[in-house]
Design a binder for this molecule. Structure first.
Ligand code: AMP
Length: 286
């Protein structure tokens, strides 16, 4: 496995593969890799001839009060894991390499891709208003650098996935987006790079997020379709140590909040345990 930090080195390697007629899969990450990321690498390996993993903590998607500085970073360990799962190339650029400068990246000094308002008036965007501008911008930059055929994203970040699919469609980007299932701990906690900051007690508290989703699913499967009772029943499981940010029911067809589960519906939850913000989701119906 090759590890590069320069854009031109990554481009050259991918170009070489393309010339040989090989298909390229791409797994963008912020590092601190875990089995959720590994599942994306595995899926790429199954789908494509070559797999590129990027490791880049993107300052443009963090607000000044968020955890950009504290975000876990361990490049050596990440490279070992990427190699173990069969990645062919790790692209780990610096902030300067990606944005030309250190420090704050915003639309005063940089071109941004802004997703439609309709997609960012709900869920995570309510508390992180410019987050998806930063995500779309870095993902488009990475797609332009890594001229991949397929890119693999986790359902764990459901709103991100929907917004990226919309960007790819709207901007005619020649990349096929592949959705990968959420990987959970055996107790049900959705794996996340931020989980490593939870102590044992907090991990137990964090479990209430997935338990709430699983209770909603159980009640829905038993025939309850009104969001009111589904919501109320889920809330009973909320730990007193978890500050709920949202529990929303979004119709996947219209991407609007719904009062009744008629079509495929995204049930998404976010909560804070101390300073650690966690998200999870589940889809009801089809
Ligand atoms: P991140 O490093 O958190 O930006 O995540 C990189 C990619 O891994 C994104 O597409 C995430 O949705 C995906 N991912 C993160 N956690 C999980 C998980 N538990 N299961 C599946 N995919 C995940």
């Amino acid at each position: 496995m090759n590890i590069v930090t320069k854009i031109k080195d990554a481009q050259e390697q991918v170009l070489q593969w393309k010339k040989q007629g090989l298909s390229v899969g791409f797994v963008p990450t912020m590092g601190a890799l875990h089995l959720g990321h590994a599942s994306l690498i595995t899926k790429s390996k199954q789908t494509c001839d070559k797999t590129v993993v990027s490791i880049f903590v993107n300052p443009a998607q963090f607000a000044p009060n968020e955890d950009f500085e504290q975000y876990p970073r361990d490049l050596d360990k990440d490279c070992d894991m990427a190699q173990d799962y069969g990645a062919d190339l790790v692209f780990a650029p610096s902030v300067t390499e990606m944005y030309g400068a250190e420090g704050s990246i915003d639309n005063n000094n940089f071109t941004f891709v802004i997703p439609p308002y309709f997609y960012v008036d709900k869920l995570c965007a309510k508390s992180r208003p410019a987050h998806f501008d930063g995500v779309c911008t870095v993902v488009l930059k990475l797609f332009n650098i890594i001229q991949c055929d397929f890119a693999f994203f986790g359902q764990k970040d459901a709103q991100q996935l929907i917004i990226i699919k919309k960007m790819v469609q709207d901007l005619n980007i020649h990349v096929k987006i592949i959705t990968c299932d959420i990987v959970r701990s055996h107790e049900g906690l959705a794996l996340s790079s931020r989980n490593r900051y939870l102590n044992d007690e907090q991990k137990k508290d964090a479990l209430c997020l997935s338990k709430m989703l699983f209770r909603v699913k159980k009640l829905f499967d038993a025939g309850i379709k009104e969001v009111g009772p589904l919501f109320d029943s889920a809330i009973e499981l909320l730990s007193k140590n978890v500050e709920l940010e949202y529990l929303e029911f979004i119709d996947m067809g219209t991407f609007q909040n719904t009062e009744r589960v008629e079509n495929a519906t995204l049930v998404a939850i976010a909560g804070k345990i101390g300073t650690i913000r966690l998200i999870d989701n589940m889809i009801l119906g089809d």
